[in-house]
Design a protein around this ligand. Structure first.
Ligand code: SF4
Length: 445
């Protein structure tokens, strides 16, 4: 990498799982506005659901999620009850809808326990139509996945599971406060497959404390031996000003930007060599997986879970801090579990903030999503009736063009092969909010 490219890689930019990004949400979107947006969901539209469970059995040091450690049953019981309340509030507005995708995330959603998960799914079955569901997915912690849980998930209709793997090296696992030997993950994969859950995803990470390129190579090779359907490869984001448990990670043990770059490149080379299709900036999928098919057909989307094949225009987030995406904009629930619970128990939506999309926001969101998904975009096609010339944006792409990372041909922007790790920087050139916020982001690569 040239010194200029190295400097570009150090720049802090959003991951663009939405546009505008969450730091630019404001209280202008409140419960009443959200309710109005739900009322306007077209009658025939199917929706997708995301259920956020902000609890884990214990906290991992590297965690960047909205979650907290829990040991008692009562708060879990209360939280499950509040989710059921919120489902009733939502379906009171939109009626009994067909659901395309249902995703349980967190945190560790399985801390709710098999009975509560099954009861909430039964509640959902009464409130919405799950019969034609395409994907029913859940994030799992391999350290807490038993044969009984695998069986219960299969009975609920779960057909895809994401396992947090990160790195198989004992010294890296010790440094991130999450010890789960390869054999334990292998056993869990066996339990899930025995239960009939065939689509298994792994989340891997690079840039972790004490992690080397060899650790990444070994982890990727071991992960491949278990034949996951998809792998996500995330760069560890060290944001101790935002996630206090990360203060326990010794910053001097983190790989530098060149090493991070080499780790990501090594993982990418191995995974594509093993036959995985590279999807967007950080996903890999077997060629017959739905994500690979969506990418091949130009139908890949980006949402708060990363890349998705979900075609629904309305994604309803349930739970504390959950974000909903509707055609009119984004609405986020209050992050505090107490405030969330009080609102929904009182029959009110817990919406705390969000953003209503302007016509220009929609154009920029489309450009950014296509860049992040396809590494190319036709600005003229995206702008449609909006008269936007994008002169400052094209100028901002200049340094990336000079490094051979981006090409511009009229209104057509293309990220070159070597430019792919820098695509967030190209997307940032079209972010009209970025210069106006005080939010701190992770580095571009
Ligand atoms: S990394 Fe996963 S299991 Fe660990 S604290 Fe965060 S959400 Fe919980």
């Amino acid at each position: 990498m040239t010194p200029v490219a190295l400097a570009l890689a150090e720049r802090a930019v959003p991951r663009y799982t939405s546009y505008p990004t969450a730091p630019h949400f404001t209280p202008a979107v409140d419960a009443a506005r959200y309710a109005g947006w739900l009322d306007a969901v077209p009658d025939d539209d199917a929706v997708s659901l995301y259920i956020h469970v902000p609890y884990c059995a214990e906290l991992c040091l590297y965690c960047g999620c909205h979650t907290k450690a829990i040991r008692r049953e009562e708060p879990l019981e209360a939280y499950a009850d509040r989710i059921a309340h919120e489902i009733r509030l939502v379906t009171g507005r939109i009626g009994r809808r067909r659901v395309l995708h249902l995703h349980w995330g967190g945190g560790t959603p399985s801390v709710l326990g098999e009975k509560r998960l099954a009861a909430l799914t039964a509640h959902l079955r009464r409130a919405v139509d799950l019969d034609g569901i395409i994907e029913h997915a859940i994030e799992l912690d391999p350290r807490r996945t038993t044969r009984a849980l695998a069986g219960a998930l299969a009975d609920m209709g779960v057909n895809r599971v994401s396992l947090g793997v990160q790195d198989f090296s004992p010294h890296v696992q010790a440094a991130i406060g999450r010890v789960q030997p390869f054999g334990a993950v292998e056993d869990v994969v066996g339990l899930l497959r025995d239960a009939g859950i065939k689509a298994i995803n792994f989340d891997l990470m690079y840039g972790l404390p004490r992690q080397t390129e060899d650790d990444v190579r070994r982890t990727v090779t071991l992960a491949h031996s278990l034949r996951p359907a998809r792998l996500a490869l995330f760069g560890y984001a060290h944001v101790p000003w935002f996630k206090t448990q990360q203060k326990l990670i010794d910053g001097s043990t983190l790989p530098g930007v060149a090493e991070r770059f080499a780790q990501a490149a090594a993982a990418r080379e191995l995974l594509t060599g093993f036959g995985y299709v590279s999807i967007g900036i950080d996903h890999f999928a077997q060629a017959d997986d739905s994500l690979a098919r969506a990418a091949a057909n130009g139908r890949l989307r980006r949402n708060f879970q990363g890349y998705t094949a979900d075609a629904a225009d309305t994604l309803i987030g349930l739970g504390a801090s959950a974000i909903s995406r509707l055609p009119q904009g984004f609405a986020q629930n209050v992050p505090g579990v107490g405030a969330y619970g009080r609102a929904v128990a009182a029959g009110r939506f817990a919406t705390a903030r969000g953003v209503a999309l302007s016509a220009q926001d929609r154009v920029r969101a489309h450009i950014i999503e296509r860049l992040m998904c396809d590494f190319a975009v036709d600005l003229a096609a995206c702008a449609g009736a909006e008269q936007i010339e994008f002169m400052p944006e094209l100028e901002a792409l200049g340094p990336l063009c000079a490094e051979g990372l981006v090409t511009i041909d009229g209104a057509f922007i293309k990220i070159t092969e070597q430019g792919r790790p820098f695509v967030r920087l190209a997307a940032a050139a079209f972010d009209a909010y970025l210069a106006h916020g005080a939010a701190r982001h992770s580095r571009a690569v």
